[in-house]
Design a protein around this ligand. Structure first.
Ligand code: PEP
Ligand code: MG
Length: 325
């Protein structure tokens, strides 16, 4: 029952063969950060900062942003909070910023493409985050939609400029760990070249699948084709894990796959040990992980790699889960 799942969600997330898996919560508002704590989240793995922007009638000031971010950091005191810079554009427009008409919004001005075109917006946000962190190391900075070295370098330069400016203003600030969302396929091949520039990666399987499969993640006309357990996506995920391991970059998954029981079996099997999901999903995923062995997951991942479509892969995994639970 749900009550049993919730009760057990206070237990450590360790598989039957002793592998620890970190479960973190996705959040966008202070209100939805709270259930994560109740379910034993080890931190916020993805704070979508565009959400507090979207629920307002006007652009929040630096001070208003700093207050919002500080409240979330306080709520998760002692735990990491991965804050993503604004990921607006495409399916997430802001009513009070000039609307851009685009033929292909998903391929257009979104994520860091948008904020690097509006560097004042990004600078204010970075300043607000750094001020909210108040000199402690809880904040992790996460950059969305990075697809080229130029984009990464421009973001890092704005971060260093913001740090310097705040120090000149007499504030105590520390440079946070910085990572990128791996969600634009062109980022994957560049990860080895970025190993000294970033501290971690977080795989955004929602967009990564959209861009690998060339299927709009929000278009119901094609949703029956949109399945992130497509063998091509799994192959890329495995590639990301092995590149990240070679580059010694910690890797987590924060897209919807992290909350999909069938997918979680494969993610553990390919070596992922950190997952971030909407808080409500934590109890069920923790229950699953506590009732399987990673050795089984590795075997299932190998079997899944022999199959040629998502439906067959899901059937294989569901049979395992039914037998396990
Ligand atoms: C993703 O793309 O998988 C992701 C986590 O980011 P968002 O869903 O906010 O685009
Ligand atoms: Mg995304």
């Amino acid at each position: 029952t749900d009550a049993r799942l919730v009760a057990e969600s206070k237990q450590p997330c360790v598989s039957l063969d002793g592998q620890a898996v970190a479960l973190l919560a996705n959040s966008g508002l202070q209100a939805d950060a709270e259930p994560g704590l109740r379910y034993g989240a080890e931190g916020i793995g993805l704070f979508r900062t565009e959400v507090p922007f979207m629920v307002r009638a006007s652009l929040p000031s630096e001070q208003e942003q700093a207050d919002i971010y500080a409240a979330v950091l306080r709520q998760y005191q002692g735990k990491p909070v991965y804050m993503r810079t604004l990921d607006i554009g495409s399916d997430k427009p802001l009513p009070y910023l000039p609307a851009v008409q685009e033929e292909n919004p998903a391929l257009g001005l979104r994520g860091v493409r948008y904020t690097l075109d509006n560097p004042a917006l990004l600078t204010i946000q970075l300043r607000a985050m750094l001020r909210a962190a108040d000199g402690n190391d809880q904040l992790r900075l996460l950059l969305p939609m990075i697809g080229s070295s130029g984009q990464l370098d421009e973001c890092l330069q704005l971060l260093d400029d913001a740090l310097q400016a705040l120090r000149q203003e007499g504030l105590t600030v520390v440079r946070p760990q910085v990572g990128i969302m791996v969600e634009v396929p062109s980022a994957i091949a560049l990860l080895p070249k970025w190993r000294d520039k970033i501290d971690f990666i977080s795989v955004g399987t929602n967009d990564l699948s959209q861009y690998l499969l060339a299927i709009d993640r929000n278009n119901s006309l094609v949703s029956r084709w949109y399945d992130a357990l497509h063998p091509a996506v799994l192959l890329e995920l495995q590639r990301i894990v092995s590149i990240a391991a070679a580059a010694e970059l910690p890797v987590s998954v924060c897209g919807e796959l992290a909350a999909d029981p069938q997918a979680v079996v494969l993610l553990l099997g390919m070596g992922i040990r950190q997952l971030s999901m909407s808080a409500a999903k934590i109890p069920a995923i923790k229950y699953l992980i506590r009732h399987l062995t990673v050795a089984q997951c590795q075997q299932l991942f190998e079997q899944a790699c022999e199959l040629d479509d998502a439906t067959a892969i899901r059937a294989l995994l569901q049979a395992f889960i039914d037998q396990q639970m």
